[in-house]
Ligand binder design. Structure first.
Ligand code: URA
Length: 198
């Protein structure tokens, strides 16, 4: 990465660490910004950090994260292919859903992140991620699994991995949606075609 990019990234992290957009930062151990690559063709967006994420300072490292990672690995994504983050960078107390005001406050951080990462394909995991992006609450079964093309970006919504932890059968639609994302990246020439499960 160029030193200009590194400087901009450092400014962005500083902006997140100093953010006073809502009161959540005063209650957390870590502001959780990302894991994966800082530039990536795929951005995966969840809701907000949970207890393990707050402790480690990285998104999706708990039970949901392990499930998500198993799908990422199954489709042969390398670390440079994806960037994982959340709509909210601070853990809401007791893992409650972030309030609309907290989502709105964190959006300016996400907008800068988005400009720096420059993804072509975005995978929104769960209804909060959808709401954060599009501003309205979705009916998940209606919106999942379909690409929305917006300003040259391809946006796919899928269920949150926590949904599959509640019932293993729910892994199937998430696996299918991740497959569509993988195929789109290949179609755009941003990854090699998927060779199937080993
Ligand atoms: N759930 C999320 O939405 N994000 C995380 O980082 C972890 C769990």
């Amino acid at each position: 990465m160029s030193s200009d990019f590194n400087d901009k990234w450092a400014e962005f992290e500083e902006m997140c660490l100093k953010c006073t957009g809502c009161g959540l930062k005063d209650t957390v151990t870590n502001v959780v910004i990302y894991r994966g690559s800082r530039r990536a063709p795929l951005m995966i967006v969840g809701e907000a950090p949970g207890a393990e994420e707050d402790k480690e300072g990285k998104p999706f490292v708990g039970r949901s994260g392990r499930l998500l990672q198993s799908l990422i690995d199954a489709y042969g994504f390398g670390e440079n292919d994806y960037h994982i983050c959340n709509i909210c960078k601070c853990r809401p107390p007791d893992n409650r859903r972030p309030e609309p005001s907290e989502i709105a406050a964190c959006k300016k951080n996400l907008a800068v992140q988005f400009k720096l990462v420059q993804p072509k394909v975005i995978l929104l995991c769960g209804s909060t991620a959808y709401e954060g992006f599009f501003g309205n609450k979705p009916v998940m079964k209606d919106v999942r699994g379909q690409f929305i093309e917006k300003n040259g970006f391809f946006i796919m919504t899928t269920y949150h991995p926590a949904f599959a932890l509640r019932n293993p059968a729910n892994k199937i639609p998430i696996f299918e949606d991740m497959g569509k994302v993988r195929d789109k990246l290949a179609e755009l020439g941003l990854m090699e075609p998927w060779k199937g499960l080993n």
